[in-house]
Design a protein around this ligand. Sequence first.
Ligand code: EPU
Length: 314
Amino acid sequence: MTDENWNQFAGTLRARLSPDTRIRRDEPLGTKTTIRVGGTARVFLEPANVQDLQLALREAWAANVEILTLGRGSNLIVPDEGVNALVVSLAGEAWAKFELRERGRVWVGAGLRLKNLCGLAAKAGLTGFEFLEGIPGSVGGALRMNAGAMGGWMFDVVEEVEVVTLEGDVKRLPRAEMHVQYRHCAELQQAIAVGALLRPIAQVDMQAVNRQIDVYRRKRQESQPREPSAGCIFKNPPGNSAGRLIDESGLKGERVGDAEVSPVHANFIVNRGHATGADVLELVRRVRARVREAKGVELEPEVLLFGKKWKDVL
Ligand code: EPU
């Protein structure tokens, strides 16, 4: 699509959406990600409600425009050239709901940060969500990736997910009908999660919960870097640790421009200040090649590459 086509697409949408929905052309995405690299979205949408989201998705579908969702940007690398797509962000207040339901269940919006979810749950006396505290993302992103930490998975606490399909239809998907694996949820490749009904893993006493949160936090602070990063870059191969394999291949501190394999945890690439998307991708290629050589293991990226397929850049 030419610039003129994108203007037209954005203009048509703008005229039909409610005034509270924000839509912008060529919105920079790097600062909306935790690793802070990459270019712009041709069209960027912050829908104020489900109806506007449905409408925008239908228009994009009809115009054959690719649709990408941006959560908290914590597991994502945006290429320097940006993305030829409609990028949908559910980061607004309207999507950060937290509503108590019966039997310790909660209804949460896709834009709610996991950290806030844990805080709100603890305040309401609910237990069973503590393991999510350390994942730097939103509910929507964590569902899409089946994010995990400290031995727990997002889908361990999911009962039902409400989605809007890329064709613009609202659906409720019970957990039992969803296909979920390590860092993957099949149904959310073709639909955007807008909310979920969660149930706690188990009931335990509050003191134990707070102690557990502290243990998790301390472990993470000791073992993971503080500089901007996209979280773990590679999936752990079955029965092995990507971090250990990269470390043992002598790659800690390896650099391309300002992108660096973290000396704290080798499965993190950190941005030392002015890294570009190209620096990060080059370092990913280098790490992969070196681990293949030294260890005979082919590492697969866990982070998403926005608007592209990893196999086309590796
Ligand atoms: N290790 C090294 N060198 C390193 C890093 C790790 O030898 O540079 C060793 C550690 O000593 C340990 C083993 O590798 O024996 C595993 O390391 P760690 O406990 O840090 O866990 P991980 O498997 O590397 C996973 C998740 C993290 C999650 C942590 C904590 C993946 C790819 N990673 O890391 O998730 O925070 O467990 O639960 O599944 C993410 O997905 O973005 C992420 C950071």
